[in-house]
Design a protein around this ligand. Structure first.
Ligand SMILES: Nc1ncnc2c1ncn2[C@@H]1O[C@H](COP(=O)(O)OP(=O)(O)O)[C@@H](O)[C@H]1O
Ligand SMILES: [Mg+2]
Length: 350
């Protein structure tokens, strides 16, 4: 294991110590720090916590007579994540429960099938780079999935709360471990398509776990997804030029747009897109800012396609070259596999 050395483990602990755990117990402190992004997240969690009060999903409720909800720890577009207790287990009984759409009235069949799809992906990813699947079901009309609870912090929390520059060894090790995760995905024929700081957890043992299976696609079946909305989504800040070009094309089928060059070739997506997402994540870890900063989605997508990220002057050249190579616009100019990128990172030395 990469974080075997005492030093590395201490480093992970130090990083995590500097972020509040559990995150929401310290919301007051965080709001005081008043970082916009963090404050906004807390506001959303508070909002959602209030929204589930007096419902079957209020903290304290029992799900399917087995899982006792403790508190809300995350909120995505369509889901809420709780830490919960598996009452069938005596010890080591904390689990994470992700519940679909608890406050959004319109639960469409598409949404349910997307959730079920991500559960299938979760079950297929059995290596220790991903949260372990435990159970799933429907409680009081709400679909849920149970995963092992990961003790640690997601990288977004670390980015916004760790006061200093993130140590280079840490950036390198995160890169290496995420390359292994991409290798696992790629072996299964999958592309994750949403690698970004909030989807990566650092455990207090220094291991990295890649979360969020909502956007995984099978490379082999890529053509079959064509009309699927699934393909047009992603987190703009980290999206690869191929993801962006797909979205721009499919979003503008009906109208002319000067920005888009005519190109008959369908954009296709493979692991090199995940390598780009990883490059954007590492870029942000190294500088505390993402490669591009646009508030609106469309300029952000266009930047990924045509703009060069500001040079990484903060970090030594060998590491910055690796990150910049992962961020190449043309997949042919990136690392051709996660294994290749991993070896480059491993060869950096200390
Ligand atoms: N198994 C887990 N253990 C601990 N925290 C988790 C776990 N799964 C998710 N989280 C937390 O919840 C947040 C949202 O989870 P994620 O799976 O990314 O859902 P979404 O699809 O809603 O983004 C994550 O950023 C992480 O902080
Ligand atoms: Mg997520």
């Amino acid at each position: 294991m990469l974080w075997e050395s005492k030093l590395a483990e201490t480093a992970a602990e130090e990083l995590i110590e500097n972020v509040p755990l559990p995150f929401y117990e310290q919301r007051a402190t965080l709001v005081l720090q008043s970082h916009d992004v963090v404050a906004e997240k807390i506001r959303l969690i508070d909002d959602v916590t209030e929204g589930v009060q007096n419902t079957a999903l209020a903290p304290g409720s029992l799900i399917d007579e087995q899982y006792e909800l403790i508190e809300i720890i995350g909120r995505g577009g369509m889901t809420i994540v709780y830490v919960a207790r598996d009452t069938y287990q005596d010890s080591d009984n904390e689990v994470a429960i992700k519940i679909l759409n608890p406050r959004f009235e319109e639960k469409t069949p598409e949404l349910v099938s997307m959730f079920e799809y991500s559960i299938r992906m979760n079950k297929m990813l059995t290596t220790d780079r991903f949260p372990e699947y435990r159970d799933s079901g429907v409680h009081a009309g709400y679909e849920y999935v149970v995963n092992e609870y990961i003790r640690g912090a997601n990288l977004e929390h670390i980015l916004y709360n760790y006061p200093n520059a993130i140590p280079l060894d840490f950036i390198k090790d995160i890169g290496i471990q995420l390359c292994y995760a991409i290798q696992d995905l790629s072996l299964a024929g999958m592309v994750h398509r949403d690698i970004k700081p909030s989807n990566v957890m650092l455990t207090n043992k220094g291991e990295i776990k890649l979360l969020d299976f909502d956007l995984i696609v099978f490379q082999e079946h890529y053509g079959e997804y064509e009309s699927n909305e699934l393909l047009s989504s992603g987190t703009a800040t980290y999206m690869s030029p191929e993801q962006c070009s797909h979205e721009i094309k499919s979003g503008n089928e009906d109208r002319e747009d000067e920005m888009i060059e005519e190109d008959d070739e369908e954009p296709s997506i493979d692991s090199r897109s995940d390598i780009y997402n990883l490059g954007a994540t590492l870029y942000q870890l190294a500088t505390k800012r993402p490669p591009f900063r646009y508030l609106k989605r469309k300029p952000m997508l266009q930047a990924h396609m045509i703009e060069a990220p500001a040079p990484l002057t903060e970090i030594p050249k060998p590491l910055s070259q690796i990150i910049m190579k992962a961020l190449e616009k043309d997949p042919e100019n990136r690392f051709q596999s996660a294994a290749e990128m991993r070896r480059a990172l491993e060869n950096l030395g200390h």
